[in-house]
Design a protein. Structure first.
Length: 505
């Protein structure tokens, strides 16, 4: 038995998974080093380490063949193994035998197949291929994702394929197919996420837009798809993890995020946090678990689901800071930390954190929405709508879109624009009826508009979701800002809630 470094293990893993073909240097660099610049000498050193680990040499090449000017291919015998594969740092991971256990497809592994150009107009090919390439690039930036390199995926272009065969050949769990069709001045994009093992369709989406600047459209389509796909892949992995007898930290993290996506009800959030806590117990330095816990605590406190908001904000800040100490460029952690600052009377500092998040990931719609929230606390509620519209442009079907719409409703209430507030929060409720703050904003706005029956109905809907909510809890939000305009708007909100029959507490 031999012990090998994780990067060497990843290299061997990739060669075994792709043993049916010759893999190029670019394929290896894309898969193992995420496309970072790697010298020929460094790659040769790693390949020699792989050969040493499995009892091969550059002279014998019994298991790994080097094909001059073409690439490399694993040619050893591979057999399926029922026993679980050991982590690469474990000395029992590999032996020097010529027969190796086949590793299962990695989690969050996906191949983006070339999108089909419906209609076959050759002038559209560059746009269709561009969407595929950019989507591949953006997905590969997702932490923990294993995305097949563009060159390998494009080998299937124009061919009738069986996704299950593609999954076996590329050793991925998921395959994304898509098509682009242009009809007159409209462009339609269809996508399907497929389980490569079963062939089952997991998710489908369609975009249809008037044709404008094609490059801008390409950016918008890719941005929307990347975010939605990220969520769908996590949900799919969480379903797999439910059947694991011995879940590891990553299994638990997937399940935590999947529960958090179910909505802002306390039972979902508490269950999600439990998964993240279990993951941290297994791996105290898990960035995903730390960010997950920070997000849950922030949501619980921000949505006024508890009286103990100070402790939750403090815990969220601690975990976000810890995550950033490990991964300083984690955009979501910056956005969460920024939002904590915004809720704790440090709005300017919070905006700076969110801007840092956007510098790292310009498509992070939640950071734009958080800046819009900050403008409320700074007494500049008139600017909130613009930031939210930018978030919705980037991710119009975002799982958090209902929150952003509710915040605009709250901003309109601060501006005495009660009818506009009603419009925004009703949009929020149409998207997700389980957001209690939206119902309370609607109740306040309707109360101020002189519609007491509707206001009371909205208040009761909010209290059904959050029975412990009171006007006293709303007043505690005054700790988030000492801006006079904000505080005046908060008092006005309380007046509307009293008219709607919300208990004083």
């Amino acid at each position: 038995m031999v012990s090998i470094a994780p990067q060497v293990f990843d290299l061997l893993d990739y060669l075994i998974r792709n043993r049916q073909r010759v893999v190029s240097k670019d394929d290896l660099i894309s898969a193992v080093w995420n496309g970072r610049a790697v010298s020929d000498a460094a790659l040769t050193t790693r390949l020699n380490a792989v050969r040493n680990a499995i009892g091969d040499t550059g002279e014998k090449q019994r298991l790994i063949k080097t094909l001059p000017r073409k690439g490399f291919r694993f040619v050893g015998t591979v057999k399926e193994s029922e026993r679980p594969i050991v982590a690469p740092a474990d000395s029992s991971a590999l032996s020097g035998d010529t027969t190796l256990g086949l590793l299962t497809a990695p989690r969050l592994s996906i191949a983006v197949l070339p999108f089909t150009n419906v209609g076959g107009d050759p002038e559209q090919d560059y746009f269709v291929d561009g969407v595929t390439e950019c989507l591949t690039t953006d997905l590969s930036r997702m932490r923990g994702a294993f995305v097949i390199a563009r060159n390998s995926a494009f080998s299937y272009k124009g061919k009738a394929i069986d996704v299950r065969q593609v999954g076996r050949e590329l050793n991925v769990r998921y395959v994304l197919e898509g098509s682009v069709q242009r009809s007159g001045r409209r462009l339609r994009v269809n996508v399907q996420l497929i389980d490569a093992e079963s062939g089952q369709h997991l998710w489908a989406e369609r975009f249809e837009k008037p044709v404008a600047d094609l490059f801008d459209m390409q950016d918008e389509i890719v941005s929307r798809l990347t975010r939605q796909l990220g969520h769908q892949l996590v949900v799919a992995e969480a379903r797999r993890a439910e059947h694991s007898l011995h879940p590891d930290a990553l299994d638990l993290i997937f399940q935590g995020f999947a529960h958090s996506y179910m909505g802002p009800a306390a039972e979902h959030l508490i269950r999600a946090r439990d998964f993240f806590e279990r993951a941290v117990t297994i791996d105290p330095g898990s960035i995903g678990a730390l960010v997950g816990m920070a997000g849950i605590d922030l949501t619980m406190a921000g949505n006024l689901l508890t009286d103990d908001r100070t402790a939750l904000f403090s815990a969220a800040e601690t975990n976000a800071v810890k995550a950033l100490s490990i991964a300083p460029d984690h955009a979501v952690a910056h956005s969460i930390l920024g939002t904590v600052y915004i809720f704790t009377n440090r709005a300017a500092q919070g905006i700076a954190e969110c801007e840092q998040a956007l510098a790292l990931n310009g498509n992070l719609a939640a950071a734009h929405a958080a800046i819009g929230l900050a403008k409320c606390f700074l007494g500049r509620a008139a600017e909130t709508e613009g930031h939210t519209l930018e978030a919705l442009r980037l991710s119009p079907r975002d799982i958090s879109a209902y929150r952003w719409m509710s915040v605009v409703g709250w901003a309109k209430l601060q501006l005495d624009a009660d009818a506009e507030a009603v419009g925004w929060v009703r949009r929020s409720i149409e998207v997700n009826r389980n957001c209690s703050p939206a119902h309370f904003v609607l109740a306040a706005a309707l109360g101020l508009l002189g519609a007491p029956d509707e206001a009371r109905a909205a208040a009761q809907a909010g209290l059904a979701l959050n029975p412990s909510f009171t006007i006293r809890r709303l007043r505690a939000v005054a700790q988030s800002s000492d801006n006079p305009a904000f505080l005046a708007g908060l008092k006005r909100n309380a007046v509307g809630l009293r008219l709607a029959g919300v208990p004083e507490g």
